[in-house]
Design a protein around this ligand. Structure first.
Ligand SMILES: Nc1nc2c(ncn2[C@@H]2O[C@H](COP(=O)(O)OP(=O)(O)OP(=O)(O)O)[C@@H](O)[C@H]2O)c(=O)[nH]1
Ligand SMILES: [Mg+2]
Length: 213
C-alpha cells in the first residue's frame, strides 16, 4: 500500500497512452479513473500538470483545440488521470463539435471504472447550459460530477463572488447539490484541496505513516 502525504500526492504520474477512439480502449478502463472535460482552453491540461506537479506532462497551448486525443496518464498507485479533448472552440466545424460530443458521451457510457467526472469551466466565462446537462447525465450514470472553475486568479473579489453565486444558482436549477472547486493552476490555489478530494474519493490513504524516532 502506497502512502502519500497531501503535499506530494501524485508522484510519478506518467503519460500512459493516447487513444483516438473508444474502440481502442481495451482494458484501460479496468483501473480507477478520473477524467477532466471542458471547453477548449478551459485549463484541463494545465490542471493536470499542477495536480501532478509536473509542468511538461500534458501539453498546454494558447491555441484552443490542442488536445484532440483522449490522453491517459497513470499514477504510481495505479489510477488513471484522463485529459479529454476540449470541445466548443470557435474554429471547429459543426461536424467536428458533434463528433467530439459523441466521443465524450460514448466515454461516459462505456468507461468502466470512471469514479469522478471533473467538468472544467474558465471562471471568466459564464457556465454553459451544455455543461449543466452533462452534470445531470453524469448523475444519472452514477458518476460523481464535480465542477472546477479554473483561472480564479484572473478575478477580483467581486468577480469571485459572482462565480460562486452562479454555481449556487446552477445547483438550484438542477435541484441537486454537487461539489465545486475554485482553482488556479498558475498560483496553485485550491490544488492541495483538490488532490485531497481525489485521493479520498478513490480511497487512497493520504496519511504518511510516522517513522519511529
Ligand atoms: N491565468 C491563468 N491562466 C491559465 C490557468 N490555467 C490555464 N491557463 C491558460 O489557459 C490556456 C489554456 O490552457 P490549457 O491547459 O491548454 O487548456 P485545455 O483545456 O487543456 O485546452 P485544450 O487542450 O485546447 O482543450 C493556456 O494559455 C494556459 O496558460 C490558470 O489557472 N490561470
Ligand atoms: Mg489540453
Amino acid at each position: 500500500m502506497h502512502k502519500y502525504s497531501k503535499e506530494i500526492p501524485f508522484p510519478e504520474t506518467k503519460f500512459f497512452t493516447s487513444i483516438a477512439k473508444l474502440e481502442e480502449k481495451e482494458d484501460l478502463d479496468s483501473v480507477q479513473s478520473i477524467a477532466f472535460m471542458g471547453r477548449s482552453n478551459s485549463g484541463k491540461s494545465s490542471l493536470l500538470n499542477a495536480l501532478s506537479n509536473h509542468r511538461g506532462l500534458a501539453k498546454v497551448s494558447k491555441t484552443p483545440g490542442k488536445t484532440k486525443l483522449i490522453n491517459i496518464f497513470r499514477t504510481k498507485v495505479g489510477f488513471n488521470l484522463i485529459d479529454l479533448p476540449g470541445f466548443g472552440y470557435s474554429k471547429a466545424s459543426h461536424k467536428e463539435h458533434k463528433d467530439m460530443m459523441n466521443l465524450l458521451e460514448g466515454f461516459l457510457n462505456s468507461w468502466k471504472q470512471l469514479k469522478v467526472l471533473f467538468i472544467l469551466c474558465d471562471s471568466q466565462r459564464e457556465f454553459p447550459e451544455e455543461e449543466l446537462s452533462t452534470i445531470e447525465v453524469a448523475m444519472e450514470k452514477k458518476i460523481k460530477p464535480v465542477v472546477i472553475r479554473t483561472k480564479i486568479d484572473k478575478l477580483n473579489q467581486s468577480g469571485q463572488h459572482k462565480v460562486r453565486t452562479e454555481m449556487e444558482d446552477a445547483m438550484n436549477e438542477i435541484g441537486v447539490p454537487f461539489r465545486v472547486f475554485y482553482i488556479s493552476a498558475t498560483t496553485g490555489r485550491g490544488i492541495g484541496e483538490l488532490r485531497e478530494f481525489i485521493l479520498e474519493t478513490l480511497g487512497i490513504q493520504t496519511k504518511v505513516s510516522k517513522v519511529e524516532p
